[in-house]
Ligand binder design. Sequence first.
Ligand SMILES: NC(=O)c1ccc[n+]([C@@H]2O[C@H](COP(=O)([O-])OP(=O)(O)OC[C@H]3O[C@@H](n4cnc5c(N)ncnc54)[C@H](OP(=O)(O)O)[C@@H]3O)[C@@H](O)[C@H]2O)c1
Length: 214
Amino acid sequence: MQRIGVLGSGAVGTALANGFLKHGYEVTRGSREPAKMADWLGKAGPQARTANFAEAAKSAEIVVLAVKGDAAEQAVDLAGADALAGKVVIDTTNPIAASPPVNGVLRFFTTLDESLMERLQRRVAPARFVKAFSCVGNALMVDPKLPGGPPTMFICGNDAAAKRDVTGILDRFGWATEDLGGAEAARAIEPLCILWCIPAFQGRGSKHALKMLR
Ligand SMILES: NC(=O)c1ccc[n+]([C@@H]2O[C@H](COP(=O)([O-])OP(=O)(O)OC[C@H]3O[C@@H](n4cnc5c(N)ncnc54)[C@H](OP(=O)(O)O)[C@@H]3O)[C@@H](O)[C@H]2O)c1
């Protein structure tokens, strides 16, 4: 699987698109306004392209969803169910609500009984969503170098083969992968974003990641 479609013009889209390019993949980055990524494209090298969401999804073997949580369903609609059908969709999104954090604690628009990824999986049933990269800041998503060794990326999804593909990518990107099961495990994984953000909001930096110890 070499052709990656990264849906997202933000910081996560940039970090992961650059990471995939660094690790030898071809990347098409999608946005509603591809022109806004012209600077990135100018520096990204010959394996990089930009397109709208639909073209980026269609041209890819694996799709990365890196859009604002409350626009994720719209972005998936713009990408198109046909373009996503059968494909691994790496879901980095978090359902962060518009209302401000309380003492550094983010608010979500979902509940603990329904994650954003479950909504997305229901919306495009033939796509093979895998939650990943949602529980760490974008600066550490690729090749994290931390004194405590490789951190843990928590993933989940309904398709075992899709999770094997994503685990292969995470191996290359320097992560230990913890597969927590089916899509409903995203109810626990997505809130790890709230946990990760608290020290950052408290001014203790963003060079931290989570690790499962046994
Ligand atoms: N920032 C981090 O370090 C971090 C870490 C882990 C997970 N996450 C999660 O990763 C996702 C991306 O985060 P981010 O910080 O890179 O950027 P972001 O500002 O959350 O999202 C930017 C992207 O959202 C798209 N978007 C916004 N409104 C839209 C709409 N109405 N319809 C369709 N698309 C829309 C934008 O599309 P256009 O390009 O068309 O404007 C853009 O590509 C979020 O869900 C976030 O919670 C972020």
